[in-house]
Design a protein around this ligand. Sequence first.
Ligand SMILES: Nc1ncnc2c1ncn2[C@@H]1O[C@H](COP(=O)(O)OP(=O)(O)OP(=O)(O)O)[C@@H](O)[C@H]1O
Ligand SMILES: [Zn+2]
Ligand SMILES: [Zn+2]
Length: 886
Amino acid sequence: MYIDGVNLSHLVVNEPGMSYQSHTDINPCIEVLADYPINLTEGEGGEKLSVYRIPTGLEVQPGDIVCVPFMSQKLSGVAIRRLAKPPDDLPLEKIRYVEDVIQKKLFRDTYWNLMERVSQYYYAPLIQVIRTALPPGLLGKSQRRIRLTVKGAAVSTTVNNNVWLDSPLMRTVYHPYYHLVKLYLLNEIDKNNLIKILALLSFKSSVIKVTNKDANKILYILQQQAEGDYSFRYLQNQVQKAYPALRELMRRGLIESYLETPRQIQPKLEKVVTLVGSTFDTNLTNRQREVLEILRRRGGELLHSELLQSSNTSSSVLKALANKDYIIIEEREVLRAETGPEIRGDRAKSLTADQSHALARIQAIDGYAQVLLHGVTGSGKTEVYLQAIAPLLQKGKSALVLVPEIGLTPQLTDRFRARFGNKVSVYHSALSDGERYDTWRQMLTGEPQVVIGTRSAIFAPLPNLGLIILDEEHDSSFKQDTPIPTYHARTVAQWRAEIENCPLVLGSATPSLESWVNFTKDEISTHYLSLPERINSRPLPPIEIVDMRQELQAGNRSIFSRSLQAALNELQEKQQQGILFIHRRGHSTFVSCRSCGYVLECPHCDVSLAYHHTEDGAPQLLRCHYCNYARSHPQLCPDCASPYLKFFGSGTQRVAQELSRQFPQLKYIRFDSDTTRNKGAHRTLLTQFANGEAHLLVGTQMLTKGLDLPQVTLVGVVAADGLLHLSDYRASERAFQTLTQVAGRAGRGDDPGRVIIQTYNTEHEVIESVKHHDYHTFSAAELEQRQALNYPPYGRLILLRLSSLDPIQVQNTAQIIATALGTEDGFEILGPAPASILRVANRYRWQILIKFAPDDLPNLPDWEQVRSLCPAAVSLTIDVDPLNIM
Ligand SMILES: Nc1ncnc2c1ncn2[C@@H]1O[C@H](COP(=O)(O)OP(=O)(O)OP(=O)(O)O)[C@@H](O)[C@H]1O
Ligand SMILES: [Zn+2]
Ligand SMILES: [Zn+2]
């Protein structure tokens, strides 16, 4: 990483034996990489190091997170390098002091190396990588904001004449002319007079006019907000040429810009009462004696609030006791963390031969190596992970376990907690900021522990890492599409394991083709470990493929084939349980008018709105899946006022309706994004199902991931076709993985399972391979195609995503960039092409795909040059190794 021409990797960090701390330094300074906001006066925010002085008495070391002054604000940043004296070209009095150290010793050498590698590979500024790695709020979220001046508040915008008078801003008592506005509101003076008075008062001339269309719009937007205040970024997204317009408004004194002070997340403190001494003097009241007695009985230490409650007393009583030195009241930090329910402990299972073999191979690794644990569904991969981790903890080391989506797999965390108790913590984005902050800091302590988390947990700052595990390594949620860095947790895990010199285990029943090729290219690698059988030699469930065309020919118009209907009937007779899987895109969910054909669309995106209905009695909503716009379901067609609106509802909903109609006695639980919105809903629904409260679990993709329910004997895939026809070179791979995983939920217990897949494409090669549980044939055929077309894992891809409010400008920019790239060789350029949904949240999107051989890296374009071709109104994201090309 080069910053201002300096290669950072030589500067960093904490090199042992360095004597910078020497007390003879007269004016010690430190270089800081701060979290600068985008600077309005310079356009783009750059990445540069700034020098600060270290005040006497404050210990500042490279790798610390510090708080520094910047203009009139405070920012946080990472201390990079100590200087024994200030740089020669910088007069001492110009250098400001570091204010404080927020977090000591965050970045060790190894951690810093990781940050740099991510930054280089994904072409993302280092500070962006650091921001991704840290819990939210640790670096202050300092942002540039724009607010109206009094003068600006009084300008009448032509967007809506004189709207300013009705703007909330004018009605706040904080407004300097509120007394005048109030007169107007009370009808004491009329509007025209008020305008004249205000004009006289504030500008001593006639009413100010803003003629520039964009400037006018900015004023209007600001005036609509109660405090007349928005972030610079927000305004930039609302108005096409925001930047010159803002400058004009600022020059005319109608708005001002300022930096918001960072809001640090504070550790949570609670008052604790501790009993000191055990003899109680006679000078105590009965009440006081009682309180002390309760405290003693409860072990001599209680939370202040708890003691107040259980002794039913007031804080003045406690204070009096503290004054008499019977108790100590002090603030102590409490850690916020997700704890999960109480779980009964369990012991290590005795392993099958295959499991033992795999475990032995993993444990024989000394230092860094990658292992692919390829085990069919239900082969006991998790048990191998658990037993690989146990001895590490004993040796004082920690383990990191990455999973696709933690909310969906409460079962998995439970299994880890049952084995390792409170040594397990979870880390993912659904935690509150406070919980994330505390969990994260708790990792820094170096206590041996197991962290289970999603994608971003690959940056968990565990100092003594002994093992990294990626479960379901094929899952695409390990890849971040946006914002930058567009990292893949598997790739980062490879670097991290290498840097920390520990093993990395990739586990899957359906390995990604990348991993498959990687581990099988040289003969059979010793690090390819296979669990080809289920536990107790249970068979994989037989898979029946049903041709839905034949069903139709035979006169069956139901969405359930005759075979699936029979299976559902049997389920009820035998009191067994089943899962019905619906692919999200498998059914249309839009609402259209039967009379005129009008389709309800999102006003901001080029897509139709999807119908959502969570339960009886809940409001019927139409929602945009791209920008989250929502509206209520209209009674009448907005176009022709016909009452005959037709909708299908989400796939699960439609299937649920059909179930109630055809199998009224079958109880089902819907498990999809509508029914699992609330925190803890996944767990609740799965527990209900596990307790036998329903025959069927009906749901989407969420069902495919790691569910281990022994009583499930039937899995039905209602329509596989939606999966087969995605316009993406990875569609087949994804379809094979999803279908294999969902099929793998059946027959995991004593009763044998069966799977029924309904499709209109019985001959599709994916369907063929899934039917025979044949990963090898599938991957061989798929890899052949990839190789022929130079797609990953044989070629590499970089996707340039461009977007703008201006449809012409973004198209032109895409064309210019593609042309410029076309003059270089070493790579192939596909596009520019509009994204498959051109407009999302009012932004028009184009993309350019760059394809090259893995070893051609040195020939890649200069991204700074590419960026310079991009005007300010067009944003460019470089997605390295993209997974979603749509
Ligand atoms: N050695 C063993 N003896 C007995 N039972 C075992 C053993 N190993 C694992 N099991 C049990 O077998 C079941 C399946 O194991 P597990 O869920 O780990 O499989 P998996 O390979 O992770 O499956 P999937 O990839 O389908 O999620 C679990 O209920 C687990 O407790
Ligand atoms: Zn209509
Ligand atoms: Zn939308």
